[in-house]
Write a protein of this length. Sequence first.
Length: 65
Amino acid sequence: MTPPPAPRGLCGTCAFARVVTTSRGSAFVRCARAEEDPRYPKYPPLPVLACPGYVRETGAEPAGC
């Protein structure tokens, strides 16, 4: 199976972004902040260009849009 494409926008380098892959091979970005704070969508529409909860992941490449 081919790995999912890298998330785009800020989610691509956010410490709270998680890639969820379905059994059919579709990939979605899930925001872990949504578990604790209802202001954040569980599955944000991509690309995310601005987010007040963004925290850069250590060692991440620059965010691509």
